[in-house]
Design a protein around this ligand. Sequence first.
Ligand code: ADP
Length: 500
Amino acid sequence: MNDQIPTGSIDEVAVATEAARFIERGVVPHVIGGKEVGSLDGRSREMVNPSTGRAFGNVARGGASDLDAAVSAARAAYEDGRWRRLTPRAQEAILIRLAGLLEEHAEIIGDLDALDAGILRRYAGFIANYSANALRYFAGWPTKLAGSLPPAGPDYVVQERIEPVGVMGVIKPWNGPGAIFAQVAPALAAGNSVVLKPAEHTPLSATYMARLALEAGVPEGVFNVVHGDGEVGAAMVAHPGINRISFTGSVRTGQALAAAAAQTFKRVNLELGGKSPVLVFADADLEVAAAAAAGSVWNNSGQVCTAGTRTLVHANVYDDFLEAAIAFSADLRVGHAFDEATTMGPLITPDQRAKVERYVEIGQQEGASVAWRGSVGDSEGGNYVAPVIFAGVRNDMTIAREEIFGPVMSVMPFTDEAEAYRLANQTEFGLAAGVFTRDIARANRAADALDVGTVWTNCYQVTDAAVSYGGAKASGYGRSLGAPALDEYTRRKSVWSKNY
Ligand code: ADP
């Protein structure tokens, strides 16, 4: 449908899509026990398009009683075994069928994420495929998760059982709403029921995908969606009917959540923020490095936790690198998420835009210099912010220490390898790092020295459902994706029996 977008009538085209028909039926519902339902107290909230600042519909606003209903549905589904006692083959088939449905409906999922999250419409396929790939990968696990049966001498048999934990609470942020299956797929593959709370600003694709899950054959009550704000998230953490929590979001909320979870002995996994360093050595291909580093900060308008916001460049190539980064960024076109020509969309809310603009002011006040600043063109009404490349940044400046979650790139020099690693690790975060060098020995030293969960060498932000992902330090703990993720969604039980 992008081909048909006439200039100046983007919104009109947007509302002509199947996504609009989905929204216009009324208040976008929760999905509880396989039914699409409103909030018990009738509350709803307005949804606002970040590209225009205009409200376009309403979504159910859940509270404690809606959460209770979802947990009851999830527990009932877990206890009667309608999902976990299916044969592994049947579970595999359903998860693969759901992956196919996501791919089939990639366009509408992209429309929904563009409408409420401002994610570029041109990435529609990418988002649906990310979730579909997670489902396809984890669909292989039910047949392989059986506990081992090691012999324990002639008199005993021991089963080391790998069991579901019960009901998983999954709490998601607004920056990648269509990517929920990174958490939901392993939770389902392990046999759990799920209660998902999407972020309050980005409810659309979750309800839509829960509907597809039912169509694929995921039994009612196994995958529930409750919309609402942090209050619902906090209620999930406290709820005795939820066994574990998987949280993706900010450091402050993650910290509070982990403390609260301790009260009910819930294990949590936390995917939090980052201030990821990209190290560019003098022997690097500067164009490749500049495109990767700057591209990662412009990606989703900087609203990605792995954004490489601290670029550390060897002093000998510092000026050349800056030039390459500016040249790469010169064509950026900030605008409406539905506009095919847009390469950088809006920020999620006016508050987020104001926060980013404040950081740009603070950066200048603290002595960093604006090496380049893009423009927002004639994009009126939305939460647009002009991308900025700061030069002369020091690691102790606010813009180098705090996660901005906007299109602000900081470039700083280093003079030797030891200094590069020291600066890279001198941060409270530990999510990811990039290393650009042609020297394989140095790349290996860097991988060893960097205190982060993922290192990308001569590339950046590459992911695969089979490869685990997670943070160190304030970026959180636990791994998502890959085989290690299954540990977050299962528990062990050792069963000994003696033969008479
Ligand atoms: P951001 O909005 O910056 O992404 P948050 O960490 O505030 O980061 O939000 C991430 C998710 O956590 C959202 O779904 C939000 O509603 C939820 N949330 C907010 N506060 C709490 C809380 N106290 N307990 C549990 N979840 C929360």
